[in-house]
Structure formats: structure tokens, C-alpha cells
Design a protein around this ligand. Structure first.
Ligand code: C2E
Ligand code: MG
Ligand code: MG
Length: 697
């Protein structure tokens, strides 16, 4: 290969030798290696002496030789073709590597083939990089394909579609080959296209880097769906201009339907399908606003509570109770006009907003209709169930600020109605501004204290003064208020007495105290313990009082004589004919009546003499005054009076040994006070019993 004998040959040689990373070799027309540069030695590991004269198949892998690759390439080159390939090549040490490879024919001055030039470059590095890129692209593609709910495609800067995943095919209906190269405006509605929306969207994505919107998409078949659209600008390399966009679309029709369903469920009661409490309050709010604008648009809220629902639930079970609620809902709807809103606002509580009424009589009329409708028996599961309702009415007023207040007043009226005997309705009459503020809050909290199990009973031992043995306990109520801590009766009993809630409290205490006593009597039978329960004067207007007392005795198995009811002196003095009848009936049941706080009220001896009481409790203030002579004389006279009337005397608030000694001298039979024990929680009361009950070792 020395046809070129001019001086430039040395230069060429130098040049070729200096390409250290490239193997440059020449071959004879027959394929034998005739030159081998330093780069070839580096790349393949053979020295020039080892390589020259060998066939160029030397640098091919056994597989390629077997497949005839060297022969084919030689034949191609002999035909004058320049071949280029990338394949694995073999080193002297047997290892292989990726290399790019070019074979070009070499012609002499006369145009005759004098051999071939071959340049081989090790491309392992770049091959690995390209391979990694390919793999990561493949991974990305798989990732994109594996997100079935997102139509993902890419756009060129002009908005033409450049890639298209299978979810895009499914969502939009176009196969990849149908849409590639088309403008993404194809996917917009004709209106959007007419308004230039596609280019606006792209401008926005270019300017902001990303777009996140909801929009109607049009499928290939012309149908539409509401989709979320996210577009991100793509930048490649260091160029700051966008090189295109990634577009992600999702059909959110289903999601929106789901959200609608959630919204619907949040506003209605699932069982009765009536509006729920919050929806109801919205309506009341609107009614208040209307009335503030125009005082003539009068409204009223009826609060309707099923009587004895809990018993029905306990007796017949949930299914029947649920059915009952459904029937009630339908009946209430029947009693309402189209402009009224009937709602279920709690377990067995319903409410009706009566819109545009002319005066309170309309509301009372509605309550009467409901009462009558509800008195009809209900066929439930082949049974005939009867459930009366108690209804409270609050009349709308522009002075209301919050819908909750209207509902609360109707609720309060309902409690009053229940207190007056179930199956009635009652109108809420606002009194001296107590409708709002913290009193109002106490009251509304208190109404739920029973339901939420926040009441507690404390027990103060009552002792036989002669031998200091325990005769029984006085049950004293406490309220474990969720935010204000443990409250004593002075904090809530007066309020409860105003609104008739007191009856609910008294009965709760009655039931719990009787249950506790029954347990203690079982453990300490010899002690023949009794329980004192405080009763408000309100109790005596309840028609179901006697039934309730009998029920409690039967349920706990207590003998009637073990139950003592404490009634304040003032309640005894105010007594109506009805009260004295009820008191007589209670005594006839065998339950003992005790006159509480005796001495601080104004007593008529005649009334006192007629009262079927069993004991008289000397108010603490007298016991306290016993240090003085007059005080002692007073207590003595009261004890004497009790004995003369055939009553036993019980001293309250005994705090010192002197007081005890004085009371013993007057033959006062019983006493209670801090000297013996403060009111105790159930467990502590039991421990006290263990130490002091007669007949306990
Ligand atoms: P009460 O019936 O005269 O109860 C006696 C009160 O005197 C209790 O107050 C008791 O803790 C307190 N006391 C007892 N021994 C002593 C003592 O040695 N020294 C002093 N300073 N006080 C003593 P409490 O528990 O605050 O009850 C206050 C009132 O609340 C009761 O007076 C009763 O009228 C009423 N009450 C308590 N529980 C109920 C209930 O369940 N229903 C009704 N309607 N009223 C209740
Ligand atoms: Mg008492
Ligand atoms: Mg008392």
C-alpha cells in the first residue's frame, strides 16, 4: 500500500498513529490485515506484529464469524460499498466490547481496488449511556401506559400531538396512528375552537409553565365528557424555550357524580330521606333572613319528639324502631304543606319549618293535626305500634340571629310539653332575654347532659345518731360538664327547674340511685338501707309519676319502704289539690316522704299536719346556729314539732361533735353531715358502708 510515495505519507502515518482511541487498520483485498496502528493495539490488545498478516476475522466474535459476518462485509466492500455497523468485537484476551465499525474500499491511482480501510471505535461507554436512556424511556413508557385513568400525550410547541398513550386511546377514542401529528384542538368542542381556546391554553402553559383546568373534551365519536386538564411545559437541555408540552387529561364525570352523591348524602337523613339537621338549619336561617327583611313573613318551627321511643327500641328492636321512624316521617310529610320543610334532626327528633303563616294559631293547628295523625296506630311488621309525639313550637321573630336558637327554643317548649305529660304540644314563650347568652348555653348543654351520660350521683350517708350506724344515703346530683368540670346542683338545678328539665334529671337520679341501693342491700342485707332522692315540686304535675315510681321499684326489686322522696318545705306549702292527691298515692305505695330544708320557708302548721310525710329534715342553717342558745332552742323546737306531728327528725349539715351531742340530747333520730361524711361517689360510699353498716364484721 505504498502507491503514495510523496512526503505526505509520513504525515498521514503520524495522523493515524495519533488517533489513540481509534483502531485504524488496512486490509488487503483478500481481507488480511496489512497495517495496525497504536490505537488498534490499545483497542484490541494485539501488537502490530501479532496482527499483521492475520485475516481480519481476528477481531470478530466466534458467533459473528460463524454467522459469516466478516465474509459478508468483505464481499460488500469488494462490491465498492462502504459498510457501517455497531456490534460486539473481540479483544485478544477474549473479552468483548461494543464498537462502531466502518469499512471503506481503497482504490489505487489506476482506480483498482487495493484494499480496505477500517476504523473501529470503542463505544461501550456511549452504548451503556444510550442503553440506560432507552431503558428509562421504556420504563417511563410503561409507567405512562400503566396509568389507565389518565390520557397522557405530548404536544409539540405548535400544539400538534407527538405521543399518545393507550389510556388516551380509550378515553378519547383515537388510536395512536389516527391522532399523531394532528393538532390537539381536535379534542376541543367546536365552540372552544371557534373562541380560540386551544391556543389560549397553550399560551398560558408557555407563560406559566403549567395549566390546571377543567374542561369539556370531545371524543372521536363526538360525545363529550368533563375532564381535568393538566398541561406542563417541557424544557430540554439548557434551552429556556419550551420544546413542547405534556398533556394529562382525566374523565372526571364519575368523580363529579360521586361528589354530588356525597353532597346529597350530607344533606339528607339516610333512613327517612328527609332533610337532616344542617339542611333544616339552612332553611330556618333563610326564614329568619326573610323575616328581618319583611316582618310579615312569619314562620314557626315545630320540634317533634316521639314519646317512649327508647322503650319501643328496647322492646321491639332496631328494625321495628327504624320502621316507626320512617312511618313517622311520611305522616309528618302528609301533615305539612309544600312550602314547609320536614326534617329529621336526631334519633327520634323531627322538626318542621312552617313558612309564611299568619299567626301562632296556624302553628298550633299544624301541631294538632300532627298529634291526631300520630295517635293512629302504625302497622309495623304485623304488629300494631302506637307512638304519641310531644311537640314544642317556637314562633319566628326578627330578633333571632341564629337558626340554632329557634330550634333550641322549640326544643325547650317540647321538653315542657313532655313534662306536662306526653302527647302534647307547647309554645315557647321567650322570657326576659334568657333566650341567648350563657344561661341559654347552660340550658341547651343541660338538655343533653342526660343523653350524653354526663350526670353523676353522689351519696351522702344518713346515720342513726344513737349508734352512728348507716341507715341509708341521700342521692345528690352532680353534672360533669364537658368544659366547666364537676358542677354542683346550685349551678344547674335552678335553671333546670325553670324549663322543666328537672324532671328528666330527677328521674335519672331516681333510677340510678335505686339501682345502686339495690346492689348495696344485696351486699349488706342486715343494714336494711334506704335511699333518699330529691324531687322537685314540678314532679307532681306529671301524670306518669306514679307509674314511673312503680316501674323503678319493680325493675330494681326494692321494697317501697326503702325509697324516700325528699320534697322541699316550700313545695309542700304550695301544694294544690292535685299535689296532695299524688302525695297520698305515693304514701299508699309505701314510699316515704320527707320534708326537706325544713324551717327556712313559711310553714302553715295546718298544711304540715295534713301532709302524708314520714320525716322532717332540719335545714343545715339551724344546725349551724346551734352554738348560740337561741339556735339551740330553735332546733329543739323543730325536733319537738316533728315528734308531735308523728314525724322523725333528720338533721342536715352536722359538722361538729358539739352539734351531734346537742342533737342526741334532743333525741333527733337521724343526721347527715361532714362530721360523718361528705357526699361520696359510688365506690367510696360502698367503702364507707363496709366500715359503718350494722352487721358488718
Ligand atoms: P339538700 O337536699 O338539702 O342536700 C343537702 C345539701 O347539703 C347537699 O348539697 C350536701 O352536699 C350539703 N351538705 C351535706 N352535709 C353538709 C355539711 O355538713 N356541711 C355543709 N356545709 N353542707 C353539707 P348539694 O349536694 O350541693 O345539694 C344542694 C341541693 O340541691 C340539695 O339540698 C337539693 O335541694 C338539691 N338537689 C341535689 N340533688 C338533687 C336532685 O337530684 N334533684 C333535685 N330536684 N334537687 C337536688
Ligand atoms: Mg335533700
Ligand atoms: Mg336539705
Amino acid at each position: 500500500m505504498d502507491s503514495n510515495a510523496d512526503g505526505s505519507e509520513g504525515l498521514y502515518r503520524l495522523l493515524v498513529e495519533s488517533l489513540g482511541d481509534y483502531a485504524v487498520l488496512a486490509m488487503s483485498p483478500g481481507g488480511d490485515i496489512i497495517t495496525w496502528n497504536a490505537g488498534a493495539q490499545t483497542v484490541f490488545g494485539y501488537t502490530k506484529a501479532e496482527a499483521v498478516g492475520r485475516p481480519f476475522g481476528l477481531i470478530f466474535t466466534a458467533d459473528d464469524v460463524q454467522a459469516g459476518a466478516p465474509a459478508t462485509e468483505l464481499a460488500d466492500a469488494q462490491r465498492g460499498c462502504r459498510t457501517q455497523s455497531e456490534r460486539r468485537h473481540l479483544r485478544k484476551d477474549g473479552t468483548t466490547f461494543w464498537a462502531s465499525y466502518t469499512v471503506s474500499p481503497m482504490y489505487g491511482a489506476a482506480g483498482t481496488l487495493i484494499g480496505f480501510a477500517t476504523i473501529v471505535a470503542d463505544t461501550s461507554e456511549s452504548f451503556r449511556a444510550r442503553e440506560a436512556l432507552r431503558e428509562s424511556e421504556e420504563r417511563l413508557r410503561l409507567l405512562i401506559e400503566s396509568i389507565p385513568e389518565y390520557a397522557i400525550f405530548s404536544l409539540a410547541t405548535d400544539g400538534s400531538i407527538t405521543t399518545w398513550n393507550s389510556a388516551a386511546h380509550r378515553t378519547l377514542g383515537y388510536a395512536e396512528h389516527e391522532i399523531l401529528g394532528k393538532h390537539f384542538a381536535e379534542l376541543f368542542s367546536p365552540d372552544d375552537v371557534a373562541n380560540g381556546v386551544p391556543s389560549i391554553v397553550l399560551q398560558k402553559a408557555t407563560a406559566l409553565g403549567a395549566v390546571d383546568e377543567e374542561r369539556w373534551f370531545v371524543r372521536k365519536d363526538g360525545t363529550r365528557f368533563l375532564g381535568s386538564e393538566k398541561i406542563s411545559r417541557l424544557k430540554t437541555g439548557s434551552k429556556s424555550a419550551a420544546s413542547g408540552f405534556v398533556h394529562i387529561a382525566q374523565d372526571i364525570t364519575a368523580r363529579n357524580e360521586f361528589a354530588d352523591e356525597l353532597r346529597r348524602r350530607a344533606s339528607i337523613d339516610a333512613l327517612t330521606e328527609l332533610p337532616n339537621r344542617s339542611t333544616f338549619l339552612d332553611h330556618v336561617n333563610r326564614a329568619i333572613a326573610a323575616m328581618k327583611r319583611r316582618a310579615s313573613s312569619l314562620f314557626a318551627v315545630l320540634f317533634i319528639d316521639l314519646d317512649h321511643f327508647k322503650e319501643i327500641n328496647d322492646t321491639f328492636g332496631h328494625t321495628v324502631a327504624d320502621r316507626l321512624l320512617e312511618i313517622t316521617a311520611r305522616r309528618l310529610e302528609r301533615c305539612a304543606r309544600t312550602e314547609d320543610i320536614v326534617a329529621r334532626i336526631g334519633g327520634d327528633e323531627f322538626a318542621i319549618l312552617l313558612n309564611s303563616i299568619s299567626d301562632i294559631r296556624d302553628a298550633e293547628g299544624a301541631a294538632q293535626r300532627i298529634g291526631a295523625e300520630m295517635r293512629k296506630s302504625m302497622p309495623v311488621d304485623g304488629r300494631s305500634v302506637r307512638a304519641t309525639v310531644s311537640i314544642g313550637i317556637a314562633l319566628g321573630s326578627p330578633h333571632y340571629d341564629r337558626p340554632e336558637d329557634v330550634l333550641r327554643d322549640a326544643d325547650t317548649a317540647m321538653y315542657v310539653a313532655k313534662g306536662a305529660g306526653r302527647g302534647r304540644s307547647m309554645v315557647f314563650v321567650p322570657q326576659g332575654g334568657t333566650a341567648t347568652g350563657s344561661d341559654g348555653e347552660i340550658e341547651s348543654d343541660l338538655r343533653h347532659a342526660v343523653d350524653r351520660n354526663e350526670l353523676r350521683v353522689f351519696y351522702q350517708p344518713v346515720l342513726r345518731l344513737s349508734d352512728s350506724s348507716v341507715a341509708g344515703f341521700e342521692a345528690l346530683v352532680r353534672w360533669e360538664h364537658p368544659t366547666r368540670g364537676l358542677l354542683g346542683p346550685q349551678d344547674f338545678v335552678p335553671k333546670a327547674e325553670e324549663s322543666d328539665l328537672i324532671c328528666a334529671i330527677d328521674h335519672w337520679v331516681l333510677r340510678n340511685a335505686c339501682r345502686a341501693l339495690a346492689g348495696w342491700r344485696e351486699h349488706f342485707p342486715a343494714a336494711e338501707l334506704s335511699i333518699n332522692v330529691n324531687f322537685s315540686s314540678k314532679e307532681f304535675s306529671r301524670p306518669d309519676l306514679l307509674a314511673e315510681l312503680q316501674h323503678v321499684l319493680a325493675a330494681t326489686g326494692l321494697p317501697a319502704g326503702a325509697l324516700h322522696l325528699e320534697i322541699t318545705e316550700s313545695a309542700i306549702m304550695e301544694q294544690s289539690d292535685r299535689t296532695s292527691t299524688v302525695l297520698g298515692a305515693i304514701r299508699d305505695l309505701g314510699i316515704q316522704l320527707q320534708i326537706d330544708d325544713f324551717g327556712i320557708g313559711y310553714s302553715s302548721l295546718a298544711t304540715l299536719g295534713r301532709t302524708p310525710a314520714h320525716a322532717l329534715k332540719i335545714d343545715r342553717s339551724f344546725v349551724e346556729s346551734m352554738e348560740s342558745r337561741t339556735g339551740k332552742v330553735l332546733v329543739h323546737s323543730i325536733t319537738h314539732l316533728a315528734h308531735n306531728l308523728g314525724l322523725v327528725a333528720i338533721a342536715e349539715g352536722i359538722e361538729t361533735d358539739e352539734q351531734l351531742a346537742g342533737l342526741l340530747a334532743m333525741r333527733c333520730e337521724f343526721g347527715q353531715g361532714f362530721l360523718f361524711a361528705a357526699p361520696l361517689e359510688g365506690g367510696a360510699a360502698e367503702a364507707f358502708l363496709r366500715a359503718h353498716a350494722p352487721g358488718v364484721a
